[in-house]
Design a protein around this ligand. Structure first.
Ligand SMILES: C[S@@+](CC[C@H](N)C(=O)[O-])C[C@H]1O[C@@H](n2cnc3c(N)ncnc32)[C@H](O)[C@@H]1O
Length: 404
């Protein structure tokens, strides 16, 4: 039996017997066999080596490590692997051990594996921060593959405190794992990770993006068109992407962007080579996930504009009131002192239409923090209905009451 098939069968048995609530605590869900194989196939091996040091942090049942071992077997170049797997969920360590043991017996490559049950982030706090004259030659790897836990953590969580240089606001474990991966890479070595796409923009991720893209180059991005099919059996609704980065400061002309419908059909893949500087942009290192020439042209056009909205005196902000956190203030009907609470449904064909008879479309409160001045606004909504062609929809709101 093929190595990966054996491990995915064992993983499926585990999923059936382990309640999701327990796995969720560790941010645990598993990569499909097709995605794992695709990720493993992205690596370009160092041409001068027969022995490789590999890292899989947050290894789960070992699917990604095993997909990589299976690929390496088919290349004939590699005769020895030193594999390090970090995994701190005691429920799954037995399965990981069994899988790696089975695979090392059935592989034609000599495999030395080590399972580390400590926390991947906090166990490297001294090396990462170079504290107290920590080990001057921290451990580095030739290839790193990973599907890290996706979990928001508090800004005072031990993992956040271990990596202060990339944290701003409330961090997420996935980008700490990615930044630690960068730290664990040898020069010119490659890392392939499957992670949410949220890091590609936004202020919370700026320090992380800068670290990642100043120390590495982004060689490949893979996008899934349908966001709910990446972790089948798992119903994870995160929009995930696969990235391959290389620890190098060489200047790349192009980045390879591939797309498939889901994590099952890597047979029908489309490939687009995009100009690197358009995809990875400016000092803030935004990453634009463009998939065709027309999107690149739009980006290049927008990049020629010399003004931003704040420079033009048009600040943007998100709405002040989160309805479900202020239930006691919500009303279905107008009453004395009630003010409108606008939802995306109120933005229709470029206008703000109110009232529309929607539940909770008024609020009554004297908390100033929930109220905004009745001024002129342009409302923008990002969650659009299926029939709306554009992802962004706007509605003009004029403060003056319309008189008939
Ligand atoms: C999203 S799962 C991925 C599992 C596996 N790599 C795969 O792709 O199928 C992330 C794994 O990281 C483990 N994990 C979470 N936090 C960790 C930490 N701080 N150190 C080590 N492992 C951790 C979880 O228990 C879980 O098994």
């Amino acid at each position: 039996m093929k190595l990966l098939e054996h491990v995915t069968n064992k993983t499926n048995e585990y999923i059936e017997n382990m309640p999701k609530s327990l796995r969720k605590r560790y941010g645990q869900f598993f990569t499909s066999k097709e995605t794992a194989s695709f990720m493993a196939g992205l690596f370009v091996l160092p041409s001068n080596k027969q022995s490789l040091k590999i890292l899989d942090a947050g290894a789960g049942s070992g699917i990604l490590s095993v997909a990589l071992i299976e690929k390496l077997q088919s290349y004939n170049q590699i005769n020895h692997i030193e594999l390090v797997c970090y995994e701190n969920d005691t429920n799954i360590i037995g399965l990981l051990e069994d899988n790696l043991n089975w695979v090392s017996k059935h592989s034609n490559i000599d495999i030395d594996y080590e399972i580390r049950t400590e926390n991947y982030i906090t166990s490297q706090i001294f090396e990462y921060n170079n504290w107290l004259g920590a080990n001057p030659t921290p451990e580095k790897f030739d290839l790193i593959i990973g599907n890290p836990p996706y979990m928001k953590i508090g800004k005072d969580a031990p993992e956040a405190k271990a990596m202060p240089d990339v944290c701003y606001g409330a961090p997420n474990l996935y980008f700490l794992f990615t930044a630690m991966g960068v730290f664990n890479l040898m020069p010119n070595a490659e890392m392939v990770y499957i992670i949410p796409r949220s890091w590609t923009s936004g202020a919370y991720f700026k320090k992380f993006r800068q670290k990642l893209l100043n120390e590495c180059v982004l060689e490949h991005i893979h996008l899934f068109e349908s966001r709910d099919k990446v972790f089948d059996k798992e119903s994870v609704l995160q929009e995930t992407i696969i990235i391959k980065i290389k620890k190098s400061n060489e200047k790349l002309e192009k980045v390879c962007i591939t797309t498939t419908q889901s994590s099952r059909d890597f047979e029908s893949i489309s490939t687009f080579w995009a100009p690197y500087d358009t995809i990875v942009s400016g000092a803030d290192k935004y990453v634009y996930l463009a998939t065709n020439t027309s999107e690149i042209k739009t980006l290049e056009l927008v990049n020629t504009w010399s003004y931003t909205l704040p420079k033009l005196g048009i600040p943007m902000k998100t709405g002040l009131t989160v309805d479900f956190r202020n239930r006691e203030t919500l009303r279905n009907e107008a009453e004395d002192n009630a003010v409108p609470l606008f939802y995306s449904q109120h933005i229709q064909n470029g206008k703000v239409i109110f009232p529309i008879g929607k539940e909770n479309e008024y609020i009554v409160t004297d908390k100033q923090g929930l109220l905004q001045d009745n001024a002129n606004y342009l409302f923008v909504k990002r969650f659009t209905a299926k029939e709306e062609h554009r992802r962004l929809q706007c509605g003009v709101y004029l403060s003056r009451v319309k008189t008939r």
